[in-house]
Design a protein around this ligand. Structure first.
Ligand code: UDP
Length: 255
């Protein structure tokens, strides 16, 4: 697939089309995709995803086939600025999931949560229903299943009546799974959310709001899970900046 953007209002950043979308437009898009006829996927990118997309062509292809790709990390917003493009800001699902759920409750969009360790999606669903009365959770399932179990899980999702499928396996697993199975999935909107259910369920702490609001979500995540995430954030963030600078200085830039 070509690296140039086929969607309107996107920037092409390191070969990935990223939508110029703010959080409120994103919330509207997710719910209207869920109610639409044509199936669409919604995916996010952060600095780690951008680096991954440089090495993993299948993943980059999945991102470029999405209905919408939003910047989930401040790194992408700042990196894009270094590249000469402006994005409206970052949108983090752990902040705006409640707005999506409120819209889904008002517009009768049943939601299926798929992903995370056994029991986590169910706990996240309970928390969401508590916070958003009227929200219909069509079903939940954990994210640790083998590829031959996908058929059974797809049947479960399709028979649940869900219109919005929220998939949290982390990148690039969730994007590749959504792309592979999209044609057999009944929900009209498939949305990849990474570790969202861990946060919503309360199993993983997110950090103080003032740090989250000032672009330090990565630092909070690093403090909570240093062994798993140090590679992603310490050498990863440095490599991301170097990659953007290298492209900025040496690659031919498209207008
Ligand atoms: N996960 C999953 N199935 C897998 C691997 C991971 O459901 O085979 C879940 C994991 O439990 C966690 C999420 O995927 O809830 C990944 O979180 P991470 O923080 O890595 O995602 P990110 O938001 O950083 O992409």
């Amino acid at each position: 697939m070509s690296d140039s953007c086929s969607r309107k209002d996107c920037i092409e950043f390191l070969g990935v089309c990223v939508d110029k979308v703010d959080t409120s437009a994103l919330v509207d898009a997710i719910t209207s995709f869920a109610l639409g006829q044509e199936q669409k996927t919604v995916m996010y990118v952060n600095a780690d995803c951008m680096l991954l997309s440089q090495k993993n062509i299948e993943y980059r292809d999945a991102l470029n086939r999405a209905g919408l790709v939003y910047a989930d990390g401040i790194g992408v917003v700042l990196g894009a600025r270094l590249w000469g493009h402006r994005l409206p800001g970052r949108s983090t699902a752990a902040d705006f999931i409640y707005d999506v759920c409120r819209k889904c409750a008002v517009k009768d969009v049943p939601v299926f949560l798929l992903g995370a360790a056994e029991g986590v999606a169910k706990e996240a669903a309970e928390r969401l229903v508590q916070m958003v009365p009227g929200l219909e959770i069509a079903g939940t399932h954990h994210g640790y299943f083998s590829s031959h179990e996908s058929d059974r899980i797809i049947d479960m999702i399709n028979s649940s009546g869900a219109k919005l499928l929220v998939v949290g396996f982390g990148a690039p697993k969730q994007e590749l799974w959504m792309l592979e199975h999209a044609s057999r999935l009944a929900p009209r909107c498939l949305w990849g959310v990474g570790g969202l259910f861990d946060f919503v369920s309360g199993r993983t702490a997110r950090g103080p709001q003032w740090l989250l609001d000032n672009g330090f979500e990565w630092l909070c995540r690093l403090a909570v899970e240093p062994r798993r995430l140090w590679r992603r954030y310490i050498p990863g963030n440095i490599l991301f900046v170097l990659t953007v600078l290298r492209y900025r200085l040496f690659a031919s830039r498209k207008p």
